[in-house]
Design a protein around this ligand. Structure first.
Ligand SMILES: Cc1cc2nc3c(=O)[nH]c(=O)nc-3n(C[C@H](O)[C@H](O)[C@H](O)COP(=O)(O)OP(=O)(O)OC[C@H]3O[C@@H](n4cnc5c(N)ncnc54)[C@H](O)[C@@H]3O)c2cc1C
Length: 445
């Protein structure tokens, strides 16, 4: 058998890597292996009853500044897909529902005025992005009040870690880099200055709209429809996909990966290995001389899928629950697809809840109560169907230790092995899909 380019992991990172590798090196066959029975990873949907789809993580892929990548991902989407610019976000914090922004809006709290005055001092004196921890970054950027009263408790809820332990980029995973700390007029005026613009947000999602499209399948089909099209594209450029398969061992010759043995004993000669899953397993299989200080962990995510008997009480699409005392993180109301809403029945939503050893799973009743508290449904709504999924490897637990360890593992692997590329969860650089795919595209185009 001739040597192949082997891609490990069939999430969106693996599928796009496989397509680009096949296009860039047409003489070399590309194999993609995925340990689950289907590809897609976090960008797939589960059909809980005939025709009833819920997404398993991400919902709406978004265009980026990379036109060639946009072309690959979205050019042939037809009438089966909605295209829209905003996500019509809402949020809940300190007992108040905001239907104009998914950003943390702290205006109604007793700390808002103090926070804004500290921010004014910080913007005059500090260097942005300074400090080794999120604690230092937030205190330097916004001041003590925002750190203590808002971002500290929220990050504890989401990551199960203190600001002192978290990496300075941890809040970016949740869009907490811009806050609303005053009225719409105040925000608009302050944002004219660059220093404020970087840390304050508009009070409404209707302002400062990004020029990039987001996409979602029509007719209550889940995001799987999009992922499947990319998967078909991969097969059409000759990628051979093996599902339900993992790697058991690798042969290494003088730093060169030469052969891989799959679960069922099948051997594959390897020209280049593209690794899109956490690097831990590769350290072992690649016989890399490195002792991990600890195993970087990812937060488990509980997904609670509801169908209710009538339209929701709010017309937002994504709702971020910033309230530290509640467990919900993001709620997606599928019927409120921006610019095309409202869709008719089924009235369905998915609630994402971050879990950790300190935080057990919530029951259906507890989550229903949180939806009522936020005002998303009321006590007259009937829950007609309820389903659950657990994502075991969800958001990275983005502590300083996590990032350092992942970087060290990355470095050890690329120093020891000559023909390997680490992307996505292995690269320690990016989390959001469009950044992950951009990184892959830049390396393979
Ligand atoms: C709850 C949640 C919400 C999110 N929301 C957003 C969002 O709104 N916007 C956004 O841009 N991003 C979002 N993300 C992040 C986004 O989902 C990821 O950027 C993207 O899906 C990463 O794709 P991936 O291929 O790197 O990883 P994954 O999707 O995790 O895919 C990895 C694949 O590798 C497979 N695999 C694992 N181990 C092995 C093995 N040993 N052998 C073979 N295969 C293996 C897995 O089964 C999986 O299919 C969200 C993530 C989560 C958890």
């Amino acid at each position: 058998m001739s040597s192949v380019n082997l891609v490990v992991g069939g999430g969106i990172a693996g599928i796009v890597t496989a397509i680009l590798a096949a296009q860039k090196f047409p003489q070399t066959p590309v194999y993609l292996i995925e340990k689950e029975s289907s590809v897609g990873g976090l960008l797939r949907s589960t059909e809980k009853a005939p025709g009833l789809f819920f997404d398993y993580g991400s919902h709406c892929p978004v265009e980026s500044t990379n036109q060639a990548l946009n072309e690959l991902l979205y050019a042939d989407l037809n009438d089966d897909f909605y295209a829209f610019k905003t996500l019509a976000g809402g949020s809940y914090f300190a007992g108040q529902y905001f239907n104009q922004t998914q950003l943390l809006n702290a205006t109604s709290t007793s700390y808002a005025a103090q926070a804004l005055s500290e921010l004014r001092v910080c913007t005059k004196t500090s260097q942005f992005n300074t400090g080794k921890s999120l604690s230092a970054l937030i205190k330097n950027t916004y001041g003590e009040t925002v750190a203590k009263a808002f971002i500290g408790p929220i990050m504890q809820k989401l990551m199960g870690a203190t600001l002192e332990d978290l990496h300075p980029n941890a809040h970016l995973l949740f869009g907490l880099n811009r806050l609303v700390l005053g009225s719409a007029d105040q925000m608009r005026e302050l944002k004219q200055e660059e220093n404020f613009d970087r840390v304050l947000g508009f009070a409404s999602f209707r302002e400062g709209i990004s020029p990039y499209n987001k996409y979602y399948p029509k007719n209550h089909q889940g995001i799987d429809l999009w992922t499947q099209r990319l998967f078909n594209k991969a097969e059409s450029v000759g990628v051979k996909v093996l599902t339900g398969v993992g790697l058991q061992s690798l042969d290494i010759d003088n730093g060169q990966i030469t052969c891989g043995c799959l679960d069922q004993g099948q051997k594959i000669n390897i020209k280049h290995l593209y690794w899109t899953i956490p690097p831990f397993l590769l350290l072992k299989l690649g016989q890399v001389n490195y002792q991990p200080a600890y195993r970087p962990s990812f937060r488990k995510t509980q997904l609670a899928h509801f169908v209710v008997d009538k339209p929701f009480c709010v017309d937002n699409y994504h709702i971020y629950c910033w309230e530290p005392s509640m467990s919900s993180f993001r709620i997606t109301l599928y019927n409120n697809i921006p610019e095309h809403k409202p869709l008719g029945a089924p009235f369905k939503c998915t609630v994402e809840l971050m879990m950790g050893s300190e935080k057990p799973e919530l029951t259906q009743d507890e989550i229903t109560q949180e939806l009522i508290t936020m005002g998303i449904i009321d006590t007259t709504h009937q829950v007609t169907q309820f389903y659950e999924d657990i994502i075991p490897v969800g958001f990275p637990a983005y502590t300083i230790k996590f990032v350092e360890e992942l970087q060290n593992q990355h470095q050890a692997i690329v120093s020891a092995l000559k023909n390997v590329s680490l992307f996505g969860k292995a690269s320690a650089k990016n989390f959001f899909m469009h950044y992950v795919l951009n990184e892959i595209h830049q390396s393979l185009s």
